[in-house]
Design a protein around this ligand. Sequence first.
Ligand code: CA
Length: 427
Amino acid sequence: MLQEEKVFKDPVHHYIHVQDRTIWDLINTKEFQRLRRIRQLGTSFFTFHGAEHSRFSHSLGVYEITRRIISQFERNQYEDWPQDEQLVVLCAALLHDVGHGPFSHSIEEAFDMNHEDWTCRIILGNTEVNEVLKRVSPDFPDKIAAVIAKTYEKQIVVNLVSGSLDADRMDYLLRDAYFTGVNYGTFDIERIIRLMRPFNGRIVVKASGMHAVEHYLLSRYEMYWQVYFHPVTRSSELILRLIFKRAKQLYQSGYTFSYFYKPLDALFEGTLTTEQYVRLDEAFVQTAFSQWIYEEDERLSDLCQRFMERKLYKYVEVDSLDDKMMNRLRQEWEAIGLDPEYELNVDSPSDNPYDVYRSGDESTQQHIWLLDRDDQIIELSKQSNIVRTISGLKRGKHSIYFPMDKLREREHLLSPDVHQLLFRRSK
Ligand code: CA
């Protein structure tokens, strides 16, 4: 315990309270401080200019929500809550995102990495985080890594950090709504926390809290479509992926970059050590991009310029897109001198790995459970019409992304139907 409680001012939760020495020491490690230099929403700032908040602030928020939930459990002395797990839960909540890289989702796709693996490597490896955790007990880092990997023996602990109604999701919805400035992400978190209970090894919500939970899921639904899957954000993620792809291709073909520094080589070779990985942040990546604008390779230069100056690809939405149409577009692209590999991309509804709530699935981790007055638990969608309606809902449009500026220059070469498709409806 700290002699004096430490407090962070936070725009979402008002204050974040730190009482444990271990939590305070973890916050002050270099690996955790790196999260200040990684944005929570990656490239969303191109769409919502306020979305510059960091994974540092989100991680503190997840810690704070978890702290509030378990202090509620302890205040009420619920027997089903394993009190000796308190520090495990708090550390796992704080560290759950410590392995996120710069522009996570795009970099992970481009280099086949996974932030959860990196989180575990940072927790278990030769790092300051590991140093602090080991001071609690020699096996403490393993416990935290097991919670992150969802293999921890006490599932109620995993449930709090990553379930369907977990501290992670509650924080990011509120925080992302606040910083993007949209009105969709809000819900009554105080009420949800007050009605959460530990019950037979899992987290449940008292049935009287159902409407607050419905509101939370509706907020999630709206945030996905209005913010997370915004087509302009998708377009900027695409440019990022293409930059990584091009740079890696050039590196592998022996191209000499005029601007290149470590550990880009290890990134391209897939041999990053933990020590090298934590040197990556968004400032690092953006510095490379701003320099690569001057590279001899025109493709890399063009993509980096697009990213730095927000000259993104435009898109058109179509209801259906079959292989025949795709081949047609590819041929047309080649005929007018564009490269379909880099200048034609499709985002299909099936590319969105997302479900607002899965009712049919048997995995209990993904369910939300209500506790009625007779101490019976009911799966949320059995009780809520609203949740039944929105679970499994997908939106069915395909988006075709392309460099509008280059197509405009070649407009007269396009066949009439393709011309109609691209220019009548593009945004
Ligand atoms: Ca998170």
